[in-house]
Design a binder for this molecule. Structure first.
Ligand code: NAD
Length: 470
């Protein structure tokens, strides 16, 4: 843990084991906070806020930039530890850390441009000024799938806008968060601005959200947990950013470059073993291109080498925990029992570790669990469609609305699909959602609020009007 600028080890605190999902081995132990440590973290964040909120944007920016530099310099070591406690292949883990440094640099710059405005008044004797002020202490909850970048998104936006925070990271994959705290500590972030606690998630979140000193809640994780935390926050009238699950549709029209679409989707889908909230999961392929697309996609997926994340040549690592293996297995069995064809994969691998084969299910019914529940794993369902109306209706049928994808060379199709898909993000002919300068976020059950883009600070600022008669 990291509270008020001090790192706390397990010591006399309760602790839990951390496992390597690729081997099943215990690789560490994590201290767990009780109510006392959580109160200390909130109090430290509050004390720090009273100073940090008044700090010059230039000073804040310098500290964020320094932290980004340290993160870049340490990327190999941080990435290696992410592979060990989360499972993803080393090149993906290091890539996550390096792109996070760049994300932080962008926030360091953009934080210098949080402007208010002057509104012309109806009387020459009145001055009207609109200020944007940091909201206060934030409670942040980040997940295990991108343990470094998801936490950093919250930390960057909160600190750059003058807020402080208490962050509960993923207890199963904690090394990234400890490295993040170390980088900010070494960069000279004042004590209390960033505090890290671990514990029983439901207890930590209940205590943090109930505290009157906490003014904002930011969560990335599943829809059910997000709804639960949103209800706790709403009861206290607290601002929220919710980045929740998705079940991303992909529409492949028969006018698309089919070979290119199949190759791109095969490479993108199995990144992080499909444990990505924007992972493409429901593929709708126009009938005229269906056979060609399936052939190419299946061939590409058969070439994915599954293995331990630190082994050279591994293209897909283990799933992050046993829960995911059980969930993917149940979804595949349900689809098969209802007549779908398993074109590739379909089984957990025997031996140590949480491995599951990259799996393609052809023609599952709309009732199949796979086509309704977010798989969050290396699993795809592919269905043919005849006309775009039907594909759009099926894509929009679920309550999710995070990412969506389409492949087409028709401007008319692209325009229609981008207007009619109910999603926070529409990617046409490529995957382009990641850069820091564009807003990332969902609609419907996938949540609200954006991380990245000029919208990134909206959840961390309050608007104050000052009207003065001279
Ligand atoms: P889960 O619902 O048990 O937990 C999801 C995350 O929320 C975990 O990080 C967990 O520690 C945290 N959490 C759970 N209960 C909490 C509480 N009461 N207060 C605060 N935090 C709490 O699911 P899981 O098995 O860990 O993950 C699988 C599901 O999570 C997936 O189906 C996916 O929808 C979702 N998920 C989404 C993202 C994302 O980027 N949106 C990331 C990771 C997981």
């Amino acid at each position: 843990m990291y509270i008020d600028g001090e790192f706390l080890g397990t010591g006399t605190l309760a602790s839990r084991e951390v496992h390597d999902p690729g081997t099943g081995r215990v690789v560490g132990a994590l201290p767990l906070a009780g109510p006392g440590e959580i109160d200390q973290a909130i109090a430290a964040a509050h004390r720090a806020f009273l100073v940090w909120r008044r700090e010059s944007p230039l000073v804040r920016s310098d500290i964020l930039r320094r932290a980004a530099g340290l993160i870049r310099a340490r990327a190999s070591e941080i990435g290696r530890n992410i592979t060990i406690d989360q499972g993803k292949p080393l090149h993906e883990a290091v890539g996550e850390v390096v792109s996070s440094a760049e994300y932080l640099e962008w926030h360091a710059e953009e934080g210098r441009r949080i402007y208010g405005r002057v509104v012309p008044a109806r009387s020459p004797d009145v001055q009207q000024t609109v200020l944007r002020e940091p909201i206060g202490v934030c409670a942040a909850f980040s997940p295990w799938n991108f343990p470094f970048s998801q936490a950093l998104h919250k930390v960057a936006a909160a600190l750059a806008s003058g807020c402080t925070l208490v962050l509960k990271g993923p207890e199963e994959s904690p090394s990234a968060i400890v490295a993040l705290a170390q980088a900010f500590h070494d960069a000279g972030l004042p004590p209390g601005c960033l505090n890290i606690v671990w514990g029983v998630p439901s207890e930590v979140s209940a205590q943090l959200i109930a505290s009157p000193l906490v003014r904002k809640v930011s969560f990335t994780g599943s829809v059910p947990v997000g709804k639960h935390l949103a209800s706790l926050a709403a009861a206290q009238m607290k601002r929220m950013t919710m980045e929740l699950g998705g079940h991303a549709p992909v529409i492949v029209c028969d006018d698309a470059d089919i070979d290119r679409a199949a190759a791109m989707l095969a490479a993108y889908k199995f990144r992080n073993a499909g444990q990505v909230c924007v992972s493409p999961t429901r593929f709708f392929v126009q009938r005229g291109a269906y056979v060609q697309f399936v052939d190419r996609f299946v061939a590409a997926v058969k070439g994915i080498r599954v293995g331990y994340g630190l082994d050279a040549g591994t293209m897909m690592g283990p799933l992050a925990n046993e829960r995911r293996v059980a969930t993917i297995d149940a979804l595949v069995q349900d689809a098969a029992a209802n007549g779908a064809e398993i074109a590739v994969g379909g089984r957990a691998l025997s031996g140590d570790g949480c491995y599951f084969e990259p799996t393609i299910v052809l023609a599952p019914t709309s009732e199949a669990r796979l086509m309704n529940e977010e798989p969050f794993g290396p699993l795809v369902g592919i269905l043919p469609f005849d006309d775009l109306d039907a594909a759009l209706a099926e894509a929009n049928r679920l309550p999710f609305g995070l990412a969506s994808y389409a492949f087409t060379t028709s401007t008319r199709n692209a325009h229609r699909i981008s207007r009619e898909l109910e999603a926070g993000m529409v990617n046409i002919n490529h995957f382009g959602m990641a850069p820091a300068e564009i807003p990332f976020g969902g609609i419907k059950d996938s949540g609200f609020g954006s991380e990245g883009g000029t919208e990134t600070f909206d959840g961390y600022l309050v608007t104050k009007l000052i009207t003065q008669l001279n």
